[in-house]
Design a protein around this ligand. Structure first.
Ligand SMILES: [Zn+2]
Length: 291
């Protein structure tokens, strides 16, 4: 090779970063923690969007086209928007059968698998609840899964990924202990949610979800269901309505007015609220939100 050309190419090969597309900000944060300087992450959905209903805009197709790998949540959370992006980007590296494709849901235990699924009834979670990242213990599983994935596609930097994973785990485990202490006194509290975003969070900390404002996952509130919920709240006396940031709080406000229970906004991802800048601040917020 021409020496001049080699000199020109050298910096690009030395500093070549792998670009990894991820569906949601929390996946990007874990991937960046493990990947460090060798990985660039391209996050497709914003943290303040409804993760179930992302619009597959052309700008997202462009982001997918140049990716060297793709990491998704799975369990049908992205069913409405990621498959069309994958098809239209036509990038061999982000196809579901590629070794550079990772579906995180295959590595965690899903809860709340419906016994019978009527998609015509609108249930958006036929594989079980896909919001598994809202249990801090599951973040450790996801970190391990992503570490192994990065090593499998970029063995050259194995030692770095292992070191980063160890540091991440050590720090995160300390935080888990702090959050556990913080949440201990909330154990047994009853809660209402808009959508069962917090299924894994509630399970971790012993919160009892007694009802959702949605009649079924993905189905908008109906007046009949809302009135039933108000009766249930009067009888069971839950502490609060835990509400996501992307649905209107109109029905929750009506319920709150009729029953006196407060609405507590619960961010589901990094960027869902302005001050949620990383994974730690997400869980710091969630574990401090319920009074
Ligand atoms: Zn959901």
């Amino acid at each position: 090779m021409n020496k001049l050309l080699l000199l020109f190419l050298l910096p690009f090969t030395l500093f070549a970063h792998m670009s990894i597309a991820v569906s949601y900000p929390f996946i990007g944060a874990i991937t960046k923690s493990i990947g460090g300087e060798h990985i660039d992450t391209v996050v497709l959905a914003n943290g303040n969007w409804d993760p179930h209903f992302v619009v597959p805009r052309p700008s997202l197709i462009a982001k997918m086209r140049n990716a060297d790998a793709l990491i998704m949540n799975g369990a049908q959370l992205e069913i409405g928007w990621l498959p069309p992006l994958i098809n239209r980007a036509a990038n061999p590296k982000t196809q579901p059968n590629a070794p550079t494709f990772l579906n995180l849901s295959h590595h965690v235990e899903l809860i709340l698998k419906p016994k019978s699924v009527d998609r015509s009834g609108g249930d958006v979670h036929p594989d079980g609840n896909p919001h598994f990242h809202l249990a801090p213990e599951n973040i450790l599983i996801l970190a391990k899964t992503i570490e192994e994935f990065l090593i499998s596609i970029d063995a050259e930097h194995q030692a770095i990924y292992e070191t980063n994973y160890a540091a991440f785990t050590e720090e995160w485990s300390k935080n888990i202990a702090i959050w556990k202490t913080k949440m201990a006194e909330k154990k047994g509290k009853k809660v209402i949610q808009f959508h069962d975003n917090l299924a894994y969070f509630n399970k971790t900390y012993g919160l009892q979800s007694i009802g959702t404002i949605e009649p079924l996952p993905g189905i908008p509130p109906s007046s009949r269901h809302t009135l039933e919920l108000i009766e249930l709240i009067k009888k069971e006396k839950p502490c609060c309505v835990l509400h996501d940031v992307y649905h209107s709080t109109k029905t929750a406000a009506f319920i709150s007015e009729k029953t006196g229970i407060p609405i507590v906004l619960m961010p589901h991802d990094i960027g869902a609220l302005e001050n949620i800048e990383d994974l730690k601040s997400l869980f710091d917020y969630l574990t401090g939100a319920i009074k």
